[in-house]
Design a binder for this molecule. Sequence first.
Ligand code: ZN
Length: 293
Amino acid sequence: MKDYIVNAITSCGSIRVIAASSTNLCEKAREIHDFSPTCAAAVGRALTAAAMIGSTLKGEEDTLTLQFKGNGPIGRVIAVSDNTATVKGYAGDPYVDLPLKKNGHLDVGGAVGKQGYLSVIRDFGMKEPYVGQVDLVTGEIAEDLTYYYAKSEQLPSAVALGVIVDTDLSVKSAGGFIIQLLPGAMDEDIDRVEKAIAEIGEVPRLIEQGKTPRDIVEMLLDGYEIEFFDEMEPKYECDCSKDRMAKALISLGKDELRQMIEEDGKAEVCCQFCNAKHLFSKEELEELEKSSR
Ligand SMILES: [Zn+2]
């Protein structure tokens, strides 16, 4: 089954939902980075959230970055999405693996850490990106995003994210939803939503059972008239290129480049998002040195 994202709003305009199935993109991320199960879950959750939020971006050049920087052994978790829910991401240490928690879940909170911050960076192609930052709550990714929406955007929300890793270490199923109460929501809406969230169960389990993101929206908004929009297939794909890496090298400055030329006579730049290696010869580095300051 293809990965899928759908946005929805109740016809009364009081509740908004985004739901996603993201098994394939999480598995692609795991393959590229050779993630441990704990890291596959941590980055997979972040990528799923980034894809859902990315699906709401309007401009072709807009990007969203989620950065979870905690005091746990994973270091940091980065997930980036564009407006087509094409995502990429990485973990500071991709091999960190912790014992399962008592409830049988992967210990993402233990790997990320409970102290630190979540940064939400929206880049609309203007000079300065818009950055929102909150403290981490649990390091479990979903709770931290829920807290971000409440604190930084004053938008009462519930975020659910899940990645199930199979016994062969591949990603078995993954998905999530974001449900938000808009300003028109009444007490009755709040009660209904809370009840639906309590009853729905874990998203990756629902996806394993063959439920689609549309089904999940319908379960969450049972009894409401629903309008669906912005449906898309999220993907894991890196947009790095030798050109972009050349710009990164230029930004290091003349001294650094001169040192590379003299000491190594070449440079190999590895992309953090896809592990592609971009090679630069001595002549190419000398060209870059000329355009550097
Ligand atoms: Zn790349």
